[in-house]
Design a protein around this ligand. Structure first.
Ligand code: 2AM
Length: 170
């Protein structure tokens, strides 16, 4: 199964991000990520065998991460795979530490794939037809996160990816 670790936005922020996704959709076209799927990917694992997924879930449940506050104050795009996102203007030290700590744990469990670069972002649109965010209003949101890390399984439906939570941190 295809797995990744993510932070899940609290309900109010999820709704605000959904409003931004609607705005972005009118400017850029493409496929809007449903509110229920909005997240910040911390570590993408790819295909993982079922028994290793169980070990991952156990490990995550034993994690008690410190929280932080992430400021989302910029729009961004990635050409491949044509996504529009919101994220931070400056690298967030706490998220960087969390990312590194998670990968230390994942590598100790035998998982490979630690990326050389981590650009925290929340994807709002996929398959955007126009990869430019000029004309969109300024963004300034705060994401206060605590113990919201989740292990998610990704699967594909006709209208795009969907996610299922397998475990959450303690
Ligand atoms: P995204 O955050 O830019 O949307 C589940 O598929 C999540 O993992 C998505 O949120 C996606 O990125 C991220 N993801 C998918 N494929 C990936 C890959 N090959 N490398 C890194 N992250 C990936």
């Amino acid at each position: 199964m295809r797995l990744f670790l993510a932070l899940e936005p609290p309900p109010e922020l999820r709704a605000r991000l959904g409003e931004l996704a609607d705005l972005a959709r009118t400017h850029c076209g493409g496929r809007r990520v449903p509110d229920s799927s909005l997240h910040l990917t911390l570590a993408f694992l790819g295909e993982v065998e079922e028994d290793r997924a169980e070990a991952l879930a156990e490990w995550l449940q034993g994690e008690s991460p410190e929280g932080g506050e992430w400021r989302l104050d910029r729009w961004g795009t990635f050409r491949r795979p044509d996504i529009v996102w919101v994220g931070g203007r400056t690298p967030d030290a706490t998220l960087t530490v969390l990312h590194e700590r998670l990968w230390d744990g994942l590598e100790a469990l035998g998982h490979a794939g630690r990326p050389t670069r981590f650009v925290p972002h929340v994807t709002l649109l996929r398959r955007a037809r126009r990869l430019a965010t000029d004309g969109l209003p300024p963004v300034d949101l705060a994401w206060r996160w605590r113990r919201l890390k989740a292990l998610l399984r990704s699967f594909t439906l006709e209208d795009g990816p969907r996610y299922e939570v397998l475990a959450r941190s303690a």
